[in-house]
Design a protein around this ligand. Structure first.
Ligand SMILES: [Zn+2]
Length: 104
């Protein structure tokens, strides 16, 4: 059996799908992993690329990750993956950042 013959094309398809999903509503890597049937890590990787897409880059709205225990908001965080714990109260109940595309 041939191994993954068009990985570039597959990646482009996944990223297009992510952009379409972001137009429908806010998404997190966890949501995407379920919808696209990839690992959460892979979803975060593709989402990072999708966010850099020149056609939609400037329309993306980010809701930063926040702590469910104390309400701390991870405003400075640039990474897509979910923070594992809150630097403020040390709780691990953290809500992931979500991304969506505001359509004109
Ligand atoms: Zn906290």
């Amino acid at each position: 059996m041939k191994k993954d013959k068009e990985p570039r094309e597959r990646n482009a398809t996944i990223r297009r799908d992510i952009i379409e999903l972001m137009k429908l509503g806010p998404v997190t890597p966890f949501d995407l992993s379920g919808t696209l049937r990839v690992s959460e890590r892979e979803a975060a990787f593709h989402l990072a690329h999708a966010l850099e897409s020149p056609s939609t880059k400037y329309q993306i709205e980010v809701t930063p990750a926040c702590c469910k225990s104390c309400g701390f908001v991870f405003r400075e965080r640039k990474k897509i993956s979910k923070p594992s714990r809150c630097p403020h109260c040390k709780a691990s109940r953290v809500e992931a950042a979500s991304y969506y595309i505001r359509m004109p």
